[in-house]
Write a protein that binds this ligand. Structure first.
Ligand code: JHZ
Ligand code: ZN
Length: 411
C-alpha cells in the first residue's frame, strides 16, 4: 500500500533533491475512532518534499496506494460557502466560453457533484468520474450522473464508446493526487474532441512557497505544480498549455487550459508571464525551496511558543475546522489533545471521529457556538474571510482566532 518511486513523475529524471521533511505523518484524511486508536492501527509514512533538477517539478516520492486514499473519502466540496460559489462561477465560464448546447462535459474527481450540478438545465451533457463510493452517492443524489471509478484509459474508453467525446474535461484539485501523470494526460487526450479543452485547477506552488503553506503537503498531494513543469507534463503527452489564470481559492490556485497540440492554438500572454515570474523567483534552483523550509521551521517554533504562552495564561484552546491540511500542521507542530480540547468541523462524516496522529475529537459547530473557548486555532485558514464573517458572536464576546499561515497571528 506504500512504495517509494525514484523518478520524477513529470520528466522521469532520477535527479531529485529532498528539501523538506514534514513527517513521518499519518494520512491526513484518515480520521479514526477511539477503537482504532486503541488497536494501534494507525500507520505513518514519510512526508518529504523533493524537487526535480531537470524540470523543477516539486513532488512527493512516497506513494500511498490510491485505493487506500480515495475509495472512501471524508472531504466534501460542499462543506464551505466559498467553494460552491467558486465552482458555480467556473461552471458558468465553461458554459458561456467553452461549450454549446449538446456538448459533453466530463469531470474527473467530481466529488459530491457540486460543480457539475450547475449544468442542470443548460443543455450540456455532463458526467462525473469519482473513485470514492460515498461521495459518488452524494453526487447521484444531487442528480449528477457519476461513474464510480478511477479516471484512466479504461474509463475514458467506456465513456467515449457509450457517450462520445468530451468538449470540456474538468479536473479540480485532483491532478496533484495522481501518480501516473503520463497515463492521465493520455487518457484526457483520448477523451477530448479535436477542438476540446482540458481545464484543471491545482494549488499554485508560487503561493505555497510565498505564503509558507507547508500544510498543503500531505500524502494525497503527490505534485505541487508550478506552470513550467505543468507545461512539460502536457507537452510530453501531446497537449499544449494555452492559458493559465490565477484564482484565490485554497491559498492560491492556478486554473490551466490545455488543448490538443494538433489544434495549433496560440497560448495567451498569461502563460509567458507566469513562466517569467517562476524564472524570476529562481524556481529552477534549490534556493527558494531551502528558504521555504527554513521559514516553515521558524513558523513551527513561533506557533509553539505562542500556544505555550496562551496556555500559561490559562486560556482554553480549540481548533476551528478539521481540513486535511490541518492534520499536517497539527502533526508537524506537535499540537495534540493536551493543547486543543476539540476541533469543530461542519462535515458530518468527520464529527465523532479523532484527528489522525493527534487524536483530538472532532465535534459539530454547535459545540463551539455554546462553549466559551478563548482561542480558536484556525486550521481552515483558507476560509478566513468566510469564517470571520460568520463567527462575529465569538469575537464579540472576546474570543480570538489564532491564524497560523502565512505567519502565526491573533485576530
Ligand atoms: P478545505 C481538501 O483539502 C482535500 P482540505 C483535497 N485533497 C484537496 O486537494 C483540497 O481540498 C483542495 C471545515 N469548515 O476545503 C470543512 C468548517 O468546519 O480547506 C472542511 O472539513 N467551518 C481534495 O481538507 C474544512 O474545514 C467552516 O466555516 O484541506 C475545510 O477543508 C468552513 C469554511 C470549513 O480542504
Ligand atoms: Zn522532472
Amino acid at each position: 500500500m506504500h512504495f517509494k518511486r525514484d523518478t520524477c513523475r513529470v520528466c522521469l529524471s532520477k535527479e531529485l533533491t529532498k528539501f523538506s521533511e514534514l513527517g513521518p505523518q499519518p494520512l491526513a484524511n484518515a480520521f479514526l475512532t477511539q477503537k482504532m486508536v486503541e488497536e494501534g492501527k494507525e500507520e505513518r509514512f514519510p512526508l518529504d518534499l523533493y524537487v526535480c533538477h531537470r524540470c523543477s517539478h516539486v513532488q512527493l516520492l512516497d506513494v500511498v496506494s490510491k485505493e487506500t486514499l480515495f475509495s472512501h473519502y471524508l472531504y466534501f466540496s460542499t462543506v464551505s460557502r466559498t467553494i460552491p460559489a467558486h465552482f458555480a462561477a467556473f461552471a458558468k465560464e465553461v458554459e458561456t466560453e467553452h461549450t454549446q448546447r449538446g456538448d459533453m462535459v466530463v469531470e474527473l474527481g467530481s466529488n459530491d457533484g457540486v460543480l457539475l450540478s450547475a449544468f442542470e438545465g443548460s443543455g450540456r451533457r455532463f458526467l462525473g468520474v469519482e473513485p470514492a463510493t460515498n461521495v459518488s452517492e452524494a453526487a447521484r443524489k444531487r442528480g449528477v450522473p457519476t461513474m464510480n471509478r478511477f479516471f484512466d484509459m479504461e474509463s475514458v474508453t467506456i465513456i467515449a464508446r457509450d457517450l462520445g467525446k468530451a468538449k470540456v474535461v474538468i479536473g479540480n484539485n485532483v491532478v496533484g493526487h495522481i501518480d501516473d501523470l503520463e497515463g492521465l494526460v493520455k487518457s484526457v487526450k483520448h477523451l477530448l474532441t479535436p477542438d476540446g479543452v482540458w481545464i484543471f485547477e491545482v494549488p499554485y506552488l508560487v503561493d505555497m512557497l510565498e505564503k509558507n503553506e507547508f500544510d498543503t503537503a500531505y500524502h494525497e498531494h503527490l505534485s505541487y505544480f508550478a506552470v513550467s513543469p505543468a507545461k512539460t507534463m502536457l507537452e510530453r503527452g501531446g497537449l499544449t498549455l494555452v492559458d493559465v489564470r490565477r484564482q484565490p481559492v485554497h491559498g492560491g490556485t492556478i486554473r490551466l487550459y490545455a488543448k490538443h497540440k494538433e489544434a495549433g492554438a496560440t497560448p495567451t500572454p498569461r502563460v509567458a508571464e507566469l513562466l517569467k515570474l517562476e524564472k524570476d523567483l529562481k524556481l529552477d534552483t534549490l534556493a527558494p525551496y531551502q528558504a521555504f523550509d527554513a521559514r516553515v521551521r521558524k513558523l513551527r517554533d513561533d506557533l509553539q511558543k505562542m500556544i505555550a504562552d496562551l496556555k500559561r495564561d490559562g486560556k482554553r484552546l480549540v481548533g476551528y475546522g478539521a481540513p486535511a491540511k490541518g492534520n499536517t500542521l497539527l502533526n508537524y507542530c506537535q499540537i495534540g489533545h493536551d493543547t486543543l480540547e476539540y476541533v469543530q468541523d461542519t462535515t458530518p462524516v468527520k464529527q465523532g471521529l479523532l484527528t489522525p496522529g493527534t487524536h483530538i475529537p472532532v465535534v459539530p459547530p454547535e459545540k463551539f457556538a455554546h462553549d466559551n473557548a478563548d482561542v480558536a486555532l484556525m486550521l481552515a485558514w483558507n476560509y478566513e474571510k468566510e469564517i470571520l464573517g460568520k463567527e462575529e458572536a465569538f469575537r464579540k464576546r472576546g474570543g480570538k482566532f489564532l491564524i497560523p499561515i502565512p505567519t502565526p497571528r491573533i485576530v
